[in-house]
Design a protein around this ligand. Structure first.
Ligand code: SAM
Length: 450
């Protein structure tokens, strides 16, 4: 209530200040063109009011100059934009990074579950009777979530990689039968060697009844596991010599070398351009196709060598070609595993299978994935009428400001079918990034069904 009064009060203050500046921009346009958080966060109130209502001092020239600067609409906009960009950067998680907990759930020195504390926070407010980990990997997130939710009755863990699947099964079983497990309910536990694109049919097979209320929580931690990157034989690493494979599912038929040696040149170019966002794609496409005349490319070292030799000398030496190689490897991996299409369709089916109030959390590792998650979430929640939107937005902003769920709930976007709990994605804390460089591109987005 106090916050609502403050909003009303400060909202009016902002309007008055702008009109007194004869600022030829309609307030509503202004309001729309900046992020809603700006008009609602206490910091913004403080900033706006002190910026817009500064009293002139008759004695100090300096203060007069400041006053003139502060009244200049250009300066007001510049300051507001600077404030906005400062707030935008604050999507970095402020959660304390607990190394001991991470070590407990990490598999060994090579594997650390990314943003574990933040993921636990996502599900802490949910009565998690059923949970599906779509990318179980080494089960780091899964074991921590099972342990945090003794009410859980159904757990399903999926992975397309047989090594990950086996490892996860052993880890979860040993946790469930170990001393640290204090469960109040019996847990039906399934780890399955399945692609998450078959989400619905897998759930139907495992426990059809779970689909009626829906599952309470779903996690997707996309990309490769350390086990995959560190195994040269899988062909994922730019820095190790191995076959040009890159299949997450070793039974799948398409390998990276098939694309490089047999696909039409325009398709090779499209993959490098669209999935790798590589500006030198055309040159690389030509070199790759030319290499076919002398037997083609069959190892990661051959491909990296070709990339190194094609890198323009102006592009940052070793760092330049390693960055290009990383982009090319990403592009091939996305194509081999059809990652973007799989992600998009699976987000819809996962959301479909959620219970009311259930949450889907997705950690992505590059901008293409993150864009898909962001846009699909917006599409999923559905549009509301303008009136509903403004009332709901106000309500949701108050909710996120007063949320007891922790700093990760920054701003909520309401919709007809659900709400997005992370208007901007949450990124790892500085501390986590320092200790685990691989997490630095991670972005966490969360959606909740109504
Ligand atoms: C980053 S790891 C997950 C790590 C895991 N969260 C942990 O804490 O150990 C991603 C895993 O997802 C798996 N994966 C990737 N795409 C998949 C898909 N479409 N279906 C099922 N599993 C997939 C990979 O094989 C890999 O083991």
């Amino acid at each position: 209530m106090a916050a609502a009064t403050a909003i009303a009060k400060y909202g009016i203050c902002c309007r008055r200040s702008f009109s007194s500046l004869k600022f030829h921009l309609n307030f509503n346009q202004f309001h729309k063109s900046f992020t809603p958080s700006l008009s609602l966060t206490p910091q913004f109130f403080h900033h706006s009011i002190s910026t817009l209502q500064q009293k002139p001092s008759s004695h100090s020239k300096k203060k007069k100059r400041n006053k003139t600067e502060n009244q200049n609409p250009k300066n007001v906009i510049a300051k507001t934009l600077a404030e906005e960009s400062r707030l935008k950067r604050r999507t970095r998680s402020e959660k304390k990074f607990d190394q001991d907990v991470i070590r407990q759930y990490g598999d060994d020195v090579n594997h650390v579950p990314v943003m574990l504390g933040e993921v636990l926070d996502v599900f802490s407010a949910v009565n998690l009777r059923s949970f599906v980990d779509c990318t179980v990997g080494a089960a780091g997130h899964s074991v921590a979530i099972i342990q945090a939710h003794p009410e859980m009755q159904l757990y399903v863990g999926l992975d397309v990689d047989p090594i990950a699947h086996e490892k996860a099964q052993v880890r979860i079983n040993s946790f469930l039968h170990g001393e640290s497990c204090h469960r109040t309910y019996d847990l039906k536990m399934y780890t399955l060697l399945k692609n998450f694109k078959d989400f619905r049919s897998v759930l139907e097979e495992v426990d059809e009844r779970s689909l009626t209320p829906g599952v309470n929580g779903i996690l997707m931690d996309l990309g490769m596991s350390s086990m995959q990157v560190n195994n040269a034989e899988r062909g994922f690493s730019v820095l190790a010599d191995g076959p040009l494979d890159m299949r997450m599912d070793p039974k799948a038929s398409l390998k990276a070398e098939d694309i490089l040696n047999f696909w039409p040149d325009t398709e090779v170019g499209r993959i490098l351009r669209d999935y790798g966002e590589e500006s030198n794609w055309y040159n690389l496409q030509n070199k790759i196709v030319k290499a076919r005349a002398s037997g083609g490319l069959h190892s990661t070292v051959e491909l990296v060598d070709l990339i190194r030799k094609s890198a323009p000398s102006t592009r940052g030496g070793r760092h330049g070609w390693i960055k290009t190689a990383t982009r090319v490897f990403q592009a091939l991996r996305i194509a081999v595993n059809d990652e973007l299409n799989t992600l998009k369709t699976s987000l819809y089916s996962c959301f479909d299978c959620l219970s009311p109030g259930g949450r889907l959390a997705v950690i992505s590792f590059h901008s293409l994935e993150d864009r898909i998650v962001k846009q699909t979430f917006l599409d999923i929640i559905g549009e509301k009428s303008e009136d509903e939107v403004s009332t709901d937005k106000m309500q949701c902003r108050l909710e996120s400001l007063n949320s007891s769920e922790g700093a990760w709930v920054k701003q909520i976007i309401p919709g007809q079918n659900g709400k997005i709990l992370t208007k901007r994605p949450i990124t790892p804390s500085q501390e986590e990034e320092k200790l685990n460089r691989r997490c630095r591109s991670a972005k966490l987005r969360v959606i909740q069904k109504v």
